[in-house]
Design a protein around this ligand. Structure first.
Ligand SMILES: [Zn+2]
Length: 314
């Protein structure tokens, strides 16, 4: 038995024109016994503060004296996007989760990706924590082939089976043959306590399942694996008047149901309706009653209940 420890390190990335140095904070919890190396990231998208807080609570919740192996956490993977509360990095316009493995000689976001890839080296498991942005709320996780142990034990009722996005952090791990999962929980300031509690409980359950924490994992709930998931994006800017808020997440509505309307806040004209596209449409991402939208924003995300399968079938 070794000595359990918790450390905080800063990985320097670059210096900005302001003179400010930018670094990534890395929390490392080392258990008293050897075991796997489990890596978690938060805040790859800067407008997903719920995911950043999930990572903080997970690090607080893990008892190093019970841990076998090492938990490594980067809570804010894109500090400038977090500062500006934007999905993309304002300094170079890039989406960090589409440009992995990055470039250590490139722009700010490219350098961040390259540094995060270095942190991924040697990791046995990986969860990337996301949430919805400032104006919407989401509830699902990705299930990738070979990574079922993560999605099963994390325990969201909705899973999405999909190839990892090209240039994503999850793709880096999966292409190296390591189980990786993306969590998409919360956002929009809605039901935040519930989503954070589920992020922590789900991760602790995964750590039990992979043998890093003592005790048996609890059995997952019945899980729907969606194979068809689409984003309903308003083509015009204005206000979204939503009839389907976060309390409707996971419910099924008939095709043709109007989920929300885009209203021109200047003229009050209804510009377009956001309509359930599938005969049985699962509500996966919602908007609060009144929110602002720009053309192409996330309006709603919906799954096809007719495409649903089980984890065992993928
Ligand atoms: Zn995200």
């Amino acid at each position: 038995m070794g000595t359990a420890s918790r450390t905080l390190d800063h990985k320097h990335i670059t210096t900005m024109p302001t003179g400010a140095d930018i670094s990534l904070a890395i929390h490392t919890i080392t258990g008293s016994e050897p075991g796997p190396r489990f890596l978690i990231f938060g805040g790859i998208h800067g407008d997903e503060a719920t995911a950043v807080e999930a990572v903080r609570r997970i690090v607080e919740a893990v008892d190093e004296n019970e841990l076998k192996g090492t938990l490594v956490a980067v809570p804010v993977s894109n500090p400038y996007a977090y500062e500006s509360m934007t999905r993309h990095t304002m300094q170079d316009g890039l989406n960090l989760n589409r440009i992995f493995p990055g470039d250590a000689a490139g722009s700010l976001t490219e350098q961040l990706a390259a540094a995060l890839v270095e942190i991924q080296e040697g990791a046995d498991y990986f969860i990337d924590f996301h949430s919805s942005g400032l104006y919407s709320t989401v509830d699902y996780a990705y299930v990738h082939s070979g990574a079922e142990i993560l999605a099963r034990n994390y325990g969201t009722s909705l899973l999405y089976h999909h190839d990892p996005y090209s240039g994503s952090s999850a793709e880096m791990m999966l292409s190296a043959g390591k189980p990786a999962m993306v969590s998409e929980l919360g956002g929009g300031g809605q039901l935040t306590t519930d989503f954070l509690d589920r992020s922590v409980a789900g991760t602790l359950n995964v750590l039990r399942a992979v043998g890093m924490l003592p005790g048996d994992p609890v059995d997952p709930p019945e899980q729907k694996v969606m194979t068809k998931l689409v984003t309903l994006r308003p083509t015009t800017g204005g206000a979204v008047i939503s009839d389907y808020g976060p309390e409707t997440l996971g419910t099924v509505v008939p095709g043709g149901t109007v989920l929300g309307r885009v209203v021109n806040p200047h003229t009050f004209e209804v510009m377009e309706e956001l309509v359930a596209p599938f005969d049985e449409t699962i509500i996966v991402l919602t908007r609060e009653q009144y929110t602002r939208c720009a053309p192409g924003d996330y309006g709603f995300m919906v799954g096809d209940n007719g495409s649903v399968t089980s984890v065992d079938a993928i």
